[in-house]
Design a protein around this ligand. Structure first.
Ligand SMILES: [Zn+2]
Length: 483
């Protein structure tokens, strides 16, 4: 088991087929027709595009959804990574917590219709896989994203037998869906949304074998106003999820049936205070600290009612600033480590955004200063060249986070473990984007205590978060799970 406070990083190379051989845990969510249609459309897309045709059917939103041959590899790779994440969460002796960094997202995808960049509903596939493979009996989906997970809610109705879909399986795990979102953003944007969409995104009930709870994001002006919103409105989702699992556990005990639950996070970061203005045009957002707070509370819920199992899957989030700050806040929450709001201050975010550029390297004077600090335990401002950025504790965290974040970049696998992978085509596998990246210049050798940024062509430390965690502890925060 990894030491407390460390994060083990793995790159998934698994692919799960959507065409021939599509597994039952996908067809339980989407039926047989949809995965096969998606696979066929992807395979036909190159020819259509070459002929100047639109590669998606006329009744799709062609402005949102694009297909190419690589799309199939991406989606099949996402399902592979999701199933590996489930296995990790259920592995005996592990932490029970796993964050799966994937694209495309899934929570808008309906049983047989794509929407909002989503082609397969990843979280529902994860739940069905967990039920089939690990005996999961109950799942709660906590969906925090700027947008309502209309597809996830729709599928929850279908799997509960509350639709007229006769092909829907009737023997799956119990599912509760809990969403925090903006009621004025997609798919309930004013002028676009139907009355049914608005009602769906506002529904709250626990009945007919299903629990659905929707909470709308609100404006706030001050930290105190936000704290009040969290305490009185946003945390209601966690209370209702707790109530749902408590009831399920009691009913299972009464009926002499097994109870084995897990908490699934549909983790979106597009409601972040640092998301682009276009996405934030309705003016409701969340402070970055929300992601640590809500995630830590979800971990508490899982500890009490799901043997600590938490699987987090990425949904929305589009600007580098929103994704970087949000994901790191989320990871702190997943570890139940304190989060310092100074780590998302505007000056720090500017540094983090630079760190997202593959060709940018940490300045030499910063490396030398941090190396000195690692030896002496203090940061000396006198070592900062005139006119250059002062290295404060928060900035120091940013440089450590950049080092760790680069360790999360996907790597080119040496060999594929998937029999369906075809490494002869540049579109196969999940590493196409890396191949297109400009090579990262070799960083100067850092001094002791400073991890080197990880050029994509060299092996990445398997635990790149260790340095970050140590540095955070050096800033005066501690893993509360530690003695
Ligand atoms: Zn979103």
């Amino acid at each position: 088991m990894a030491p407390a406070g460390s994060i083990h990083v793995e790159s998934s190379t698994q692919r799960v087929p959507l065409g021939d051989g599509v597994p039952d845990y996908i067809t339980r969510v989407h039926g047989r027709k949809w995965p096969a249609q998606l696979a066929q459309l992807c395979s036909e897309s190159a020819g259509k595009l070459a002929r100047g045709q639109v590669e998606v059917p006329g009744d799709w939103n062609s402005g949102d959804i694009y297909l190419c041959e690589g799309t199939l590899a991406a989606v099949e790779g996402v399902v592979g990574a999701v199933t590996e994440g489930v296995d990790t969460v259920f592995r005996a002796g592990g932490s029970g917590r796993c964050f799966v960094s994937i694209r495309p997202p899934g929570h808008h995808c309906h049983p047989c219709a794509p929407s909002g960049f989503c082609l397969i509903n990843n979280v529902h596939v994860a739940i069905q896989y967990a039920a089939q493979t690990h005996g999961l009996t109950h799942a709660v989906i906590l969906d925090f994203d700027l947008h309502h997970g209309d597809g996830s809610q729709d599928i929850a109705f279908r799997l509960a037998g509350l639709t007229d879909d006769e092909d829907a399986p009737a023997d799956g795990p119990g599912i509760g869906y809990f969403s925090l979102h903006d009621i004025n953003s997609f798919p309930t944007e004013p002028g676009y949304a139907s009355a049914e969409m608005i009602q769906n995104a506002s529904a709250c009930f626990m009945a007919h074998g299903l629990c659905v709870w929707n909470v709308h994001l609100q404006h706030y002006e001050t930290p105190a106003e936000y704290d009040a919103l969290y305490a009185t409105k946003y945390s209601v989702l966690l209370a209702k999820a707790r109530e749902y699992l408590q009831r399920a556990k009691a009913e299972a005990a009464k009926a002499g049936k097994p109870y084995k639950a897990a908490v699934f996070l549909s983790a979106g970061f597009d409601a972040s205070e640092h998301e682009d203005a276009g996405m934030q045009r309705h003016g409701v957002h969340l402070p970055t600290a929300f992601y640590a707070q809500f995630t830590s509370d979800a971990v508490d819920l899982a500890a009490d009612l799901a043997d600590g199992r938490v699987l987090s899957l990425v949904e929305g989030g589009y600007s580098d600033a929103a994704l970087f700050t949000g994901v790191f806040s989320h990871l702190r929450g997943l570890h139940q480590l304190p989060y310092d709001p100074a780590w998302a201050a505007p000056d720090v975010v500017k540094i983090l955004e630079k760190g997202c550029k593959p060709t940018w390297t940490i300045p030499k004077y910063v490396q030398q200063t941090l190396a000195g600090a690692a030896v002496s335990g203090t940061v000396s401002a006198s070592s900062t060249p005139k006119g250059k950025l002062q290295i404060t504790d928060a900035n120091r965290w940013a440089f450590r986070a950049i080092t760790a974040g680069r360790g999360l970049w996907p790597q080119q696998p040496a060999t594929s473990t998937s029999p369906d992978s075809d490494t002869s085509t540049p579109l196969a596998g999940r590493m196409v984007l890396r191949d297109r990246r400009t090579p990262v210049p070799k960083a100067e050798s850092p001094g002791p205590g400073v991890a080197s940024p990880s050029p994509v062509s060299t092996p990445t430390p398997r635990n790149p978060m260790d340095a970050l965690t140590r540095d955070m502890n050096g800033l005066g925060v501690h893993d509360r799970r530690s003695p």
